[in-house]
Design a binder for this molecule. Sequence first.
Ligand code: SF4
Ligand code: SF4
Length: 241
Amino acid sequence: MSGKTFFVDLSRCTACRGCQIACKQWKQLPAEQTKNTGSHQNPPDMSFVTLKVVRMKEVGSRDDFKWLFLPDQCRHCVEPPCKDAADSVIKDAITHDKETGAVIFTEKTKGLPFDVVRGACPYDIPRQDPASKVMSKCDMCNDRVKAGMLPACVKTCPTGAMNFGERDEMLAMGKKRFEALKQTNPKAVLVDWEQVRVVFLTEHEPRLYHATLMADADGAGPVTRFAALDAVLGLRNQAQG
Ligand code: SF4
Ligand code: SF4
């Protein structure tokens, strides 16, 4: 399998939020009204105009305290379930660039049922503009990548947490770091690396960072979600039939 892949080493992320800001800057997306929720994480979630958010979570007690950071974004699934769901309603409202592997939401997503597309995603990524109904998410900075540049978030990351390149090289880098990290962190995981093009390396159990960091970390993995999707599509077909 060819194409591009991100390798994100969470053991090196300092939650500086440079990647979050670089995404907004390159995409010329507006700031949004937000509020403090008792964490340094801000805004509290992704949205139509915030395609990447650095999640922050405090876990453990005084003797075993951990502050966990997750620069969350679309994983650019190798076989994207969001596109499978979309194609059954409007063909190519979601496209898949075979050269890079980028999964891209088009303007045509405004004609799709949002609950179906979001429900199909194992990582809970799609967001929708309440006014236009167009859906959004990270597009891998496919314009930059096609021009030989790094995605804006990777270019900005000052710690080496975010890496991007040919899939084979990134997987080799990820596996090497995983083997090293395992020596001190036996619960380290190279998350879902066979299924996605944004491969996170965790220091601790993935579910500690966020419920949908790993596809089946909350016990509602792709199989369960696909079952829910099939049910929704079945109901629609019945209604149309
Ligand atoms: S992470 Fe979700 S939105 Fe991104 S390609 Fe996969 S299914 Fe689609
Ligand atoms: S730019 Fe790098 S270090 Fe900063 S929050 Fe993003 S991934 Fe973490």
